[in-house]
Write a protein that binds this ligand. Structure first.
Ligand code: IMP
Ligand code: MG
Length: 185
C-alpha cells in the first residue's frame, strides 16, 4: 500500500478541528432532542469514525444501527446516480426519532436513497447529520440538518473516508493529489 504522504496535497481539516466541531454538533443534537430518544443510523463504512466520536458528545439516550449502501465501485470517483442497499438496519424505525449519520454528501444520491427508504417506514422524525458537504457537486436536493464542514470539490480521504478502501484510520481529512496516487499499489 502506498504511503499516504506521497499523495497528500494538504490537510484540509486537522484532528483538533474535527473534534472541536464534532463536540459542537453533539451539543446541538443533544439540545434539539432533549427529553427524547434517538435512533442513529450510520451509513457504513465511511460514517463509523464520525459516529463513534459524535455519540461520545451526545447526552440524550440513543440507539445505533448500521446500513451499508454502495454508490461507487473501486477506482470510481463519482456516484453513478444509483445506490444499492447492501445491508439494512434491524431496528424498527416506526415512531422513532431517526438521525442519519453520514461521512460526506457529494452528489446527494446516497442520502436521498436512504431517506426515501427510511421515510417509507414512518419514523416520528428523520434528519440528516453529515460531517462533510461537497455542496458544489450536488445533483439532487437533500436537506442536511447538521453539517460539520462545507468543503471544496476535491477528493478527500481519512477519518472514515477511503481511497479504494484504505486510509480510513487517519485522524484528519486530507486532500488527494490524484496525479501522485497509484491505485492498487
Ligand atoms: P453521493 O451519493 O455522491 O452523495 O456520495 C456519497 C458517498 O460517496 C459518500 O458516502 C462517500 O462514501 C463517497 N465519497 C464522495 N466523495 C468522496 C471523497 O472525496 N472521498 C471519499 N469518498 C467520497
Ligand atoms: Mg460513504
Amino acid at each position: 500500500m502506498q504511503d499516504y504522504h506521497e499523495f497528500l496535497s494538504e490537510v484540509l481539516i486537522t484532528e483538533d478541528e474535527l473534534q472541536k466541531r464534532i463536540a459542537e454538533l453533539g451539543a446541538e443534537i443533544s439540545h434539539d432532542y432533549e427529553g427524547k430518544e434517538l435512533l442513529l443510523v450510520c451509513i457504513l463504512r465511511g460514517g463509523v469514525m464520525f459516529l463513534s466520536d459524535l455519540v461520545r458528545n451526545i447526552t440524550v439516550p440513543h440507539m445505533m444501527d448500521f446500513m451499508s449502501v454502495s454508490s461507487y465501485g473501486i477506482g470510481a470517483r463519482r456516484s453513478r446516480g444509483q445506490s444499492r442497499i447492501n445491508l439494512d438496519i434491524n431496528t424498527d424505525v416506526n415512531n422513532r426519532s431517526v438521525l442519519l449519520v453520514e461521512d460526506i454528501v457529494d452528489s446527494g444520491y446516497t442520502v436521498k436513497a436512504v431517506l426515501e427508504l427510511l421515510s417509507a417506514r414512518q419514523p416520528k422524525s428523520l434528519k440528516v447529520c453529515a460531517l462533510l458537504n461537497k455542496a458544489s457537486r450536488r445533483e439532487v436536493d437533500v436537506k442536511i440538518d447538521y453539517c460539520g464542514f462545507v468543503i471544496p470539490d476535491k477528493f478527500v480521504f481519512g477519518y472514515g473516508l477511503d481511497a479504494d478502501e484504505y486510509y480510513r484510520n487517519l485522524p484528519f481529512i486530507g486532500v488527494m493529489a490524484a496525479d501522485k496516487y497509484k491505485p492498487g499499489d
